[in-house]
Each structure stands twice: as structure tokens, then as C-alpha cells.
Design a protein around this ligand. Sequence first.
Ligand SMILES: Cc1cc2nc3c(=O)[nH]c(=O)nc-3n(C[C@H](O)[C@H](O)[C@H](O)COP(=O)(O)OP(=O)(O)OC[C@H]3O[C@@H](n4cnc5c(N)ncnc54)[C@H](O)[C@@H]3O)c2cc1C
Length: 452
Amino acid sequence: MEKFDICIIGAGPGGYKAALILAKNGKKVCLVEKKEYHIGGTCLNEGCIPAKNFLESSNYIKKFSYFQNQGVQGDIKGFDFNCLKENTKTLIDTLRGGIEKKLQSNNVKIVYGKAEFLSEDEIRVESRGETIKADKFIIATGSISRKHPVLEFDSKMILSSDDIFSLEDIPDSLLIVGAGAIGCEFADFFNALGSKVHLCEFTPSILPLEDSDVSSIVQKEFKKRGIDIDTSANVISYKKTKDKVEVVFETKRGKVVKSYDKVLVSIGRIPNTSSMSIDNAKVQIDEKGFIETDFSLKTTNSNIYAIGDVTTSAALAHVAYYEAKKAAYDILGFKALNDSVVPNVVFTSPQVGSVGKNERYLKSNDMEYDVKKLFLRTLGMPKIKGDDSGFVKLLFDKKRKLLGASMVGYDMTEIINQVMICINTKLSLDDIKSMIFAHPTMSESFYKAIEG
Ligand SMILES: Cc1cc2nc3c(=O)[nH]c(=O)nc-3n(C[C@H](O)[C@H](O)[C@H](O)COP(=O)(O)OP(=O)(O)OC[C@H]3O[C@@H](n4cnc5c(N)ncnc54)[C@H](O)[C@@H]3O)c2cc1C
């Protein structure tokens, strides 16, 4: 049995990033990953990267009609979905190869197989029968799609987001249950490729975690493009026929029965903490299965850390990266990282970017704030880009320091990072106002919103 300084379980963004930092700083590191060809985790293999690669091509189709009106000649003859899938696979393989190379050149030992705790300092890797001892562990086992109480995944007609990337054809009709970031991004994609999409959300608005004005704009744009939306709606039963799924909903319009080729269930993610005998490691999980951690991401066992989607922090790849750094720095005895605000991004058209506190939070916590709002239709660059929908909304305190921002519009997933830097560096609106932003750019929208 080999002994390591640190053993990391799960090779997603959290796990492989922590492995690299620790190995670069002289630690003997083992990285255990359940599935072969899955370094990079959900993000690289079934999440951020393939989803955004899909959306980039479908966005091109949406943009094409605008640029035809600008004089671009030609036609889109169709869409080769298999080609997109193949290219996405090549992209994933290339990126995964790069990560594997870095891990190998830093002498991280990679072991494939499902890890299970035998004790506080030992795991067994299933299928290999191998046991591994380490002084410290980092649990980075991520999350999986939450099951719907009524609709049962079958990977053929009732799909999770993982199944989307191996679909054979674009479905003629698609029901998407759950209108969070993942549901809305897929609604955007399939609508652009010609599916008749019905988006069904249990809460009163789509993108329920975002500012309500943001949700309204995305909903309006989706409806304009022919996406059917039911909010405050619930699936109560379903029946599968040979090639359709017939679904019964309770909606604001009353009981509705409709049939679809496919159903995508995207109602959130649950932490991957079951079936790894976590009790043997004396690591406590909460009632939903998330691992409880302290400020430095130590679990209830101070030799075991947890990072990424298995913790209660936002289930985002950049949070997993950040937590990897935080835990690794703690193990290495480096200065702790300052806490950062977390940008949230949704790659629909229009895109959404938000950071810090939103108006809903400030109102419900009786906090005083002021608002500056700029509509993108008042600027040149959004029009040039062919989409001037949306706005920039900035929230700030009495000292004119930014509390948060909610942005919706073209490229807002990029612009939001500028606001993140301003909040973290505690710049006031007047500090930012005294700077020069390049013209004409989308970033100007942030500056012009401050200028008012
Ligand atoms: C469709 C989709 C789109 C997304 N888009 C975005 C986006 O645009 N931006 C963003 O920030 N986030 C996005 N996310 C979320 C992002 O993918 C996750 O937040 C991120 O992957 C979490 O990283 P992680 O390291 O915590 O876990 P994961 O990436 O889930 O990796 C965990 C790894 O652990 C392995 N594992 C599990 N159990 C064991 C075990 N017992 N033994 C060994 N290995 C194990 C798994 O096989 C997996 O490889 C998206 C997710 C989905 C599903």
C-alpha cells in the first residue's frame, strides 16, 4: 500500500486544481477519479464546456438573420448535430489531455476507480481492490442531477443534462422541467435549432435566483422567440407511449396535458456524498447530503477537507477552483485567501451576469441601497452586435460603494468580471467614474450606468 501526503477524491475542477497546487509545492499527491476519461469532472465532460460549445454554434444561427439584414449574403442550409457533437468531443479530449499532462509532469499519481473510506486515513479504490493511505484527504466528488419526484430518468425519453450530449437528433418537441441556469441554457439551444420548447418552472419566475427584472427580460426574449413558458407549474403525472411522453401539469392556466418527444429534467444538483462510506472518516454531512466545512474548508475531521459542489457553496466551477486553492493553501500553511464575491453567469441570449447582492436580497434584509440602471438600447455597441435587449443594474450604498450588480444583455458573462474586481477592491462609483473605458465597447455599459 502506497502512502501519500494528500489524497484527493474526484478529479473535477476542484480536485485537479488542488492536486496541481499541492504537487507544485512539493507534496506527494494522489488523485482518485471514479471514471476513466473523466479528468475535468462534470465541468469539462458534461457541463460548462460542452454546454457552452453547443450554445456558441446555436447563437451563430440566431445572429445570422440579423447579419443577413446587414447585407451578409447566403443561407443556413441546416445544422449537422453530429458534427457539433464530434467537435465537442474533440474539444473535451484536447482540454482533458492538457490537464492530464500537467498532472503527470507534476508527478501527481492518478488512480481510476470509485473511492470509499475505510477509516479516517485510508480509502479503498473499488474495482482495483487497492487501498491508499494519506495524512490528509480532500473530498471533491462534485454533484449529480437531482431526481424529479414524478418523472423518472431513463436516458432515452426522460433525460438529465448528461444525456443531452449523446442525443442522436434534435427533438421536434422538448419539455424542460426546471428553469434555472441549466434549463434556460438548453431551452435557448434547442429553440435555436428548431425544437418546439416548453419550459416549465415550479417557482413564480424563470432564473429564480436572479434579480426579478433580469428574469423578466429573459422570459420576454424567450417568449418572443417562441419558447412556451409556464411558471408556478408542476408536473403531476406522465405516461410514456412508443415515441412520446405525455405529461400532465398543474399550471396557472389550470390542468394541462401535452406530449413531447423528449423531456429534460433540470431541477438542480445533489452532492455526491452517498456510497463513499463517509461515516468511516468521521465527516459529517447535513440532511441534504452536503459536507459541512469551516472557513478553511476543513470538515468535522480536521485532516479532511471538502471543496466544490459537495459543499454548500454555489455549485459553480469557478467556486470549485477557488475552494481548491483555499484548501491547498491551508494545507501548505500559506496565507489564507480573502473571501471574494462570486460572479454568476447564464449563457442564454441575452446573457446574464450577476455578482454581490441583488435587490431581492437587499429588500428582504431591510438594507439601504441606491440603484443605477442603464438600458443597453441607449448605447451603440449592443446595437452593432445585433442585440440591444437588456440592462445594467448597479446597487450601491451610502458611501457609493458597489453592493452588487445584475446585468442582462450581450456579453454580460464577460462584463460581470469587471464589477467583481471593483467590489473586491472596494472601489467607489466615483473611483470608477474617474477612469477611461474604451469606446465603443460592451464594457462601456458598466461605466455609463455609473455616469447615469
Ligand atoms: C450542464 C451543466 C452546465 C454547467 N455550466 C456551468 C457554467 O457555465 N459555469 C460554471 O461555473 N459551472 C457550470 N456548471 C457547474 C459545474 O460543472 C460544477 O460546479 C463543477 O463541475 C463542480 O466541480 P467539482 O470539482 O466540485 O465536481 P465535479 O466537476 O462534479 O467533479 C467531481 C468528480 O468526482 C468524481 N467522483 C465522484 N464520486 C467519486 C468517488 N467516490 N471516487 C472517485 N471519484 C469520484 C466524479 O466522477 C467527477 O469526475 C454546469 C453544470 C452542468 C451540469
